[in-house]
Design a protein around this ligand. Structure first.
Ligand code: FO1
Length: 338
């Protein structure tokens, strides 16, 4: 079992390290590809504004998806939770007429019970996550974006607000949204691992995974001082588009874009990031189906690479991860003085 989970630069290890910002499924797929190439040299900061308390348990869906995927324990059919799951607990709960819209598998329950108990004992979410990743024998360093509580809400057309899991799971993303907000974000601080990863002289690139730009990546970048700290870092910031030919591979990204009045295309994603965060992103990886948009993206000052971004197989994930690393190296050699 890998016991070395410290975030300090490994002694005598001058090899580059990489920071990935990730939401759930799409982000976890790229993180898996990166972890195959980098092992302990990969640092994954996951969104925690999807987190909520359900049936008294602290659920951290994106941390869980990244952890289970990197441990190769993820449920590939569902896209969340653990493989080889059983549902005795849910069946018993239904018999007691308790809410069953959010499904907790019998094996998955162990994670939520452990997290809840360790948090109750006074551990931070970062400490809990570190214990879980060590126990699951994951080489990469996975940590939450913050140790404070942040909660995503979507704004509905009638002006009311709906908690993210209720919108996403209970309502299956059906209601039209007019916006979203992250309750508590202004009081949060970046996790210590984020700061120590940015301070690590071996940090070679920051990779924005192909996760939902609005409700997965935006909460991370909205933590006070986070986007500025990333922008000021000399390493390139590489974003991988979550949109291919106008469609999201999975999840409500394209639907949300339409409802928010943002064109559902790689251009819409790039323009959104630029409007929110200026010149934060240096390089943009798009699918070759969107290659015709490359000149327009380049005119926005982005270095663009068009490749296959559809990650169906493990090999697809590793290949895309390899493109991220090569693009980072190329950008760095061309921009020695950022
Ligand atoms: N997603 C679902 O669509 N239905 C569920 O019942 C469900 C349960 C669940 C339990 C634990 C967990 O960590 C995640 C779970 N998810 C479920 C996934 C998750 O809520 C969403 O995919 C993310 O929040 C979006 O990134």
């Amino acid at each position: 079992m890998n016991q070395d989970k410290s975030n300090s630069p490994l002694e005598g290890d001058q090899k580059p390290i990489y920071l990935a910002l990730s939401g759930g499924v799409g982000g976890a797929k790229l993180a898996l590809g990166l972890s195959q190439l980098l092992a302990h040299r990969l640092f994954v900061m996951a969104n925690t504004s999807d987190d909520f308390i359900h049936l008294g348990l602290n659920i951290s869906p994106d941390l869980d998806t990244v952890m289970y995927t990197l441990a190769n324990l993820n449920n590939k059919e569902l896209g969340w939770g653990l493989a080889n799951e059983s549902w005795q607990f849910m069946n018993a709960l239904e018999q007691l007429n308790q809410p069953n819209w959010f499904r907790l598998g019998d094996r998955d329950l162990a994670t939520h019970i452990t997290r809840t108990e360790l948090l109750k004992q006074g551990n931070t979410l970062s400490q809990v996550t570190q214990r879980l990743t060590v126990a699951l024998d994951i080489d990469a360093h996975i940590f939450p974006m913050t140790d404070q509580v942040v909660s995503t809400f979507v704004r509905l057309e009638d002006g009311s607000a709906l908690g993210f899991q209720e919108y996403f799971v209970k309502e299956q993303c059906q209601p039209k949204i007019s916006g979203y907000f992250f309750e508590g974000i202004e009081k949060t601080k970046s996790s210590k691992q984020f700061i120590s990863t940015l301070d690590n002289p071996n940090l070679a690139a920051i990779i924005i995974c192909p996760s939902n730009p609005f409700v997965s990546i935006e909460p991370i970048l909205s933590i006070p001082e986070t986007a500025d700290a990333i922008r000021q870092h000399p390493a390139p910031v590489i974003a991988v588009s979550p949109i291919i030919a106008g469609q999201a591979v999975k999840g409500p990204t394209a639907k949300m874009m339409q409802e928010l009045g943002i064109p559902s295309s790689v251009l819409g994603v790039a323009e959104y990031y630029q409007q929110q965060h200026g010149d934060l992103i240096d390089c943009f990886i798009i699918d070759h189906k969107d290659q015709h948009l490359q000149p327009e993206l380049e005119s926005m000052g982005l270095s663009v690479l068009a490749v296959n971004t559809m990650m169906n197989t493990l090999q697809d994930r590793v290949t895309l991860a390899g493109h991220c690393l090569s693009l980072a190296a190329q950008w760095t050699s061309e921009h020695k003085e950022k």
